[in-house]
Design a protein around this ligand. Structure first.
Ligand SMILES: C[S@@+](CC[C@H](N)C(=O)[O-])C[C@H]1O[C@@H](n2cnc3c(N)ncnc32)[C@H](O)[C@@H]1O
Length: 258
């Protein structure tokens, strides 16, 4: 009996091992899916931009999109909702502003540059150096709450229409995805080069693709070696979203997009 019991036990163990392995694989698969795609966002009708015409790429740098395990659930950390959790973990709540990236993404996707099909790509790099690519025709959740839930609790955003991946994590560095014939322009209030953005954009060669790099952090400045020109476009410090709307409006005027 003793032996039979042992055998049974061993068999069960083997089975359990198998299930453990399968479960592990399933979890890995799930994780991979989580990284590859974010299902659930309806797809907007895709406008096929004229590929021969120059376009715009945006890079949102230093986005505060960090997940933390608060209680039993994983959440997108923000100063509004998780101040005491952050203080307990010796972090400065003021650094946790995912709403800045959320608004910046909305402003870019809502722009006429995007509506007209001239937005070629949108990349978001987090403070932890995770690089996301967001498809220009992605229809992101309109409210911050839904954005945070979909982005980091479910970690699933795909198109409801055809399952296309609208947002995915891609490999660094971002420079490998940038158009070769492009002008890379960074934005910082602290730049010594204060320009009128309409005038600046108007002087750029019409054949060039434009890459704009804007920060989505509450403090500090972007400092990227691939940026060719750093501009300040106002005496005042603005939100990333407002800065982006000045950029897109300038480009829309240059390219006569109404
Ligand atoms: C909330 S601000 C970050 C604040 C940061 N102290 C700074 O000045 O860069 C977000 C982003 O908007 C852009 N920005 C804000 N005001 C700007 C200005 N006057 N000129 C150019 N870019 C500006 C920058 O890219 C900045 O990283």
């Amino acid at each position: 009996m003793g032996r039979a019991y042992k055998m049974k036990g061993q068999k069960r163990k083997k089975k359990e091992d198998k299930y453990d392995k399968e479960e592990e694989l399933e979890q890995l698969d799930e994780k991979k899916q989580v990284i590859d795609e974010m299902p659930g966002i309806p797809i907007a009708p895709q406008i096929n931009g004229d590929n021969n015409k120059p376009g715009v790429t945006f890079i949102i740098e230093k986005a505060s999109l960090e997940i933390g395990k608060v209680g039993k659930s994983y959440q997108l950390l923000s100063s509004d909702e998780h101040a005491s959790y952050l203080l307990k973990n010796k972090r400065n709540p003021a650094d946790y502003r995912p709403d800045i990236a959320f608004q910046a993404i909305q402003t870019i996707l809502d722009s006429r540059v995007n509506e007209s099909g001239r937005l070629k790509a949108l990349y978001v790099r987090t403070q932890q150096c995770i690089l996301f690519q967001i498809k220009p025709h992605a229809r992101m959740p309109r409210t911050y709450k839904r954005f945070s839930v979909q982005l980091l609790q479910k970690l699933h955003i795909t198109s409801a229409g055809n399952g296309e991946k609208l947002l995915r994590v891609i490999k660094n560095p971002v420079t490998q995805y940038l158009p070769i014939n492009s002008r890379k322009i960074g934005f910082s209030h602290s730049s010594e080069k204060l320009v009128d953005m309409y005038d600046y954009v108007a002087t750029i060669n019409n054949e060039l693709d434009l890459v704009f790099v804007v920060g989505a952090m509450a403090h500090g400045k972007i400092d990227k070696e691939y940026v060719e020109d750093y501009l300040s476009i106002s005496e005042f410090q603005m939100s990333a979203s407002y800065c982006i709307s000045i950029i897109t409006t300038s480009v829309e005027r240059k390219w006569q997009i109404l």
